[in-house]
Design a protein around this ligand. Sequence first.
Ligand code: FES
Length: 112
Amino acid sequence: SAAEVSNTPGNFEAVGTVSELESQGQILKENFQNGAISVTRNPENAELLYAVNPTCTHKGCLVDWNAGERKYLCPCHGSEYSPDGTLLKGPAEENLPPYLVKIEGEQVLVQA
Ligand code: FES
């Protein structure tokens, strides 16, 4: 039934390509489903991706991905998060929400 369908986890949706991720180090979409989405990859394992909502849990600024330090830095008050969204430094008190992410062919897909 329609009710059952709406209770199932969201479908995976393409947010970008593997080559985009490799050349830019990040896929950022600000208009994904109910919020922004950011995908980064583990440089030691190209198959290992992380997807989070990059909206700072402190006051809602969009956090910047710092590829050199491999963490998200909030430009507003300095909170920091690891690639999987784990809070490293406040004033934020909560992690960034993670999303399931996978590669299919050339496409990077995130579960909505
Ligand atoms: Fe990110 Fe305040 S909004 S630290």
